[in-house]
Write a protein that binds this ligand. Structure first.
Ligand code: AMP
Length: 181
């Protein structure tokens, strides 16, 4: 990416200290999404490696992954599938548990969301420890997806999430990295 574009994207992300609790620097992308030029830039950059027909479906993780994933899917001519918190999807689902800082949570996809062997791009706004994305990878693979890449606007490399996904054999792409938590 052009270094000026990269800097513009980085500056469009609002950083809020001690949210949702002391010691966490929250990387707020609502400022990026609210700026038409920055939103277009982020989506164009996430979609850039792919041509129409390369990707069967884009899978987005609730909730910010829906906004980015929907736009990327539209751009690459792919379908969009949501990965949701448990209990939100109306049809038959597959489910996976994953650990949060305190306790466990579960995420779901519709059982018929993909055709086995389909090429899938996974999208979320940010990767930190990688626990959320790892659970999404497990769900997608349980349905037979071939995951071409997991894509994020923001990586927090010190938390090791990208490495964790690469250890699972998933290619990781992110646009902006921030130091710390
Ligand atoms: P993790 O499972 O640790 O990789 O956390 C990733 C998920 O938590 C993503 O869906 C992010 O939206 C959210 N998240 C984690 N850390 C932050 C942060 N510092 N700022 C904003 N969102 C975060």
């Amino acid at each position: 990416m052009d270094p000026r574009d990269l800097e513009a994207l980085r500056s469009a992300i609002r950083c809020i200290p001690d949210y949702p609790k002391p010691g966490i620097m929250f990387r707020d992308i609502t400022t990026l999404l609210g700026d038409a030029t920055m939103f277009q830039l982020a989506v164009a950059e996430l979609a850039r490696p792919w041509r129409e027909g390369d990707i069967g479906r884009v899978a987005g993780i609730e909730a910010r992954g829906f906004i980015l994933g929907g736009a990327v899917a539209h751009r690459v001519g792919a379908g969009f599938v949501p990965i949701r918190k448990k209990g939100k999807l109306p049809h038959q689902t597959v489910r996976v548990a994953y650990s949060l800082e305190y306790g466990l949570d579960e995420m779901e996809m519709h059982r018929d969301a993909l055709v086995p062997g389909e090429r899938v791009l996974l999208i979320d706004d940010l990767i930190a420890t990688g626990g959320t994305a790892e659970a999404a990878v497990k769900l997608l693979r349980s349905l037979g997806a071939e995951i071409l890449a997991a894509c994020f606007v923001i990586d927090l490399p010190e938390l090791g999430g990208a490495r964790r996904l690469e250890d699972l054999g998933v290619t990781v792409r992110s646009l902006v990295a921030f130091q710390g938590h």
